[in-house]
Design a protein around this ligand. Structure first.
Ligand code: TYM
Length: 344
């Protein structure tokens, strides 16, 4: 069986980018025969980006309800919160001790913070927490603790998956032999994961044409009420070409969004409409329709789920129990491999 794993950081309201880049492909993958799926709320990761407890708490609830509304079946998928799995921070430390500091210096998020400080003439590490710096190690632990083979994510996460591979490989190299001796198993202690990108989506743009992201404040919430959805779509930036003038699909945020929410035939029709000079208002109306088609049935489900936190709690507790059936024995073997564990 193939193990598929992915997570979403609980810092805000889930948006169309999360849906098209991660939730939709992950749920599709979870339905394929011969797969075992682990989907989770990355709530420890949230503390790196947000220090507002109410916002984190609300986001956890919203993201839990979103996964289920989008069709995650908790009977088939192991669905849990990162913070309910103590083996994840335990593994984080084992991995921290084999991770080169230089590897973390190259992480995009850390580098971006340093570059910004340098430009502003500040101390390069001003405002950078050790949490931000360690982000890739915690994420490697998320993945490696479950022996995941495949990780469906958006393009912005590729570097993190590559780092998880590098860190896992380093651990295997240092401790593989000790692990085989300690556990009597063959093979390697940690499975090196492959990234899985939905090429039709790759990176979904936001209202301003940059990557749709909570940190750019340019998102369309997945479950925005219809009126808000319409208002937001109408505010997507376009060039100033008038109706009747041919329009470029290349580099058009509007077209990319349309493509992510339509069949290949519908996208082809829109490509023609662009060439024939469809007006921007008209094209936006059509995009609203496509998104509504995809989202309206899920929105109902979402409203029901979010109103029942106790039921969500029960599902997540059961998910954590199942998740730990994998992580507890794995960590036991790893602890012994590095020379920890009980005296014999
Ligand atoms: P996060 O919470 O920023 O995003 C969750 C998922 O949504 C994808 N995504 C996008 N895809 C396409 N276009 C966009 N504009 C867009 N914005 C977001 C992300 O690529 C991601 O797949 N570090 C991760 C969470 C995480 C994780 C993990 C993921 C923690 N541990 C282990 C996989 C495996 C993050 O912050 O994603």
């Amino acid at each position: 069986t193939v193990r598929v794993l992915t997570g979403i950081t609980t810092t805000g309201t889930p948006h169309l980018g999360n849906y098209a880049g991660a939730i939709r492909p992950a749920i599709a993958a979870s339905r394929a025969p011969g797969t075992e799926s682990f989907f989770f709320l990355a709530d420890y990761h949230a503390l790196i980006k947000a220090d507002d407890p109410q916002r984190v708490a609300r986001s956890r609830l919203e993201i839990a309800a979103t996964w289920l509304a989008c069709g995650l079946d908790p009977q088939k998928v192991v669905f849990y919160r990162q913070s309910d799995i103590p083996e994840i921070p335990q593994l984080t430390w084992l991995l921290t001790c084999v991770t080169a500091k230089g590897l973390l210096n190259r992480a995009h998020a850390y580098k971006a913070a340093v570059d910004k400080n340098n430009e502003a003439g500040e101390d390069p590490d001003a405002g950078v927490t050790a949490g931000l710096y360690m982000y890739p190690v915690l994420m490697a632990a998320d993945i490696l603790a479950f022996g995941a083979h495949r990780v469906p994510v958006g393009r912005d996460q590729i570097q993190h998956i590559e780092m998880a591979r590098d860190i896992g490989q380093r651990f295997n190299h240092l401790y593989g032999e000790a692990w085989r001796q300690a556990t009597g198993q063959s093979g390697e202690p940690l499975v090196l994961p492959e990234v899985q990108i939905d090429e039709n989506v790759a990176t979904l743009p936001g209202l301003d044409g940059r990557k749709m992201s909570k940190s750019y404040d340019n998102t369309i919430p997945l479950f925005a009420p219809p009126a808000e959805l319409k208002r937001l779509v109408m505010s997507i930036v376009t060039d100033s070409r008038a109706p009747g003038e041919p329009k470029d699909t290349e580099g058009s945020a509007l077209f990319q969004l349309y493509q992510a929410f339509s069949t290949p035939e519908q996208a082809e029709e829109m490509r023609h409409a662009f060439a024939e000079g469809i007006g921007w208002g008209d094209a936006k109306q059509r995009l609203v329709l496509r998104i509504e088609e995809a989202v309206a049935p899920l929105r109902e489900q979402y409203a029901q789920l979010i109103a029942r936190p106790a039921q969500l709690e029960e599902i997540l507790q059961e998910g954590a129990r199942k998740a730990r059936e994998t992580t507890v024995p794995l960590l036991d073997g790893l602890q012994r491999a590095v020379g920890l564990g009980g005296f014999q």
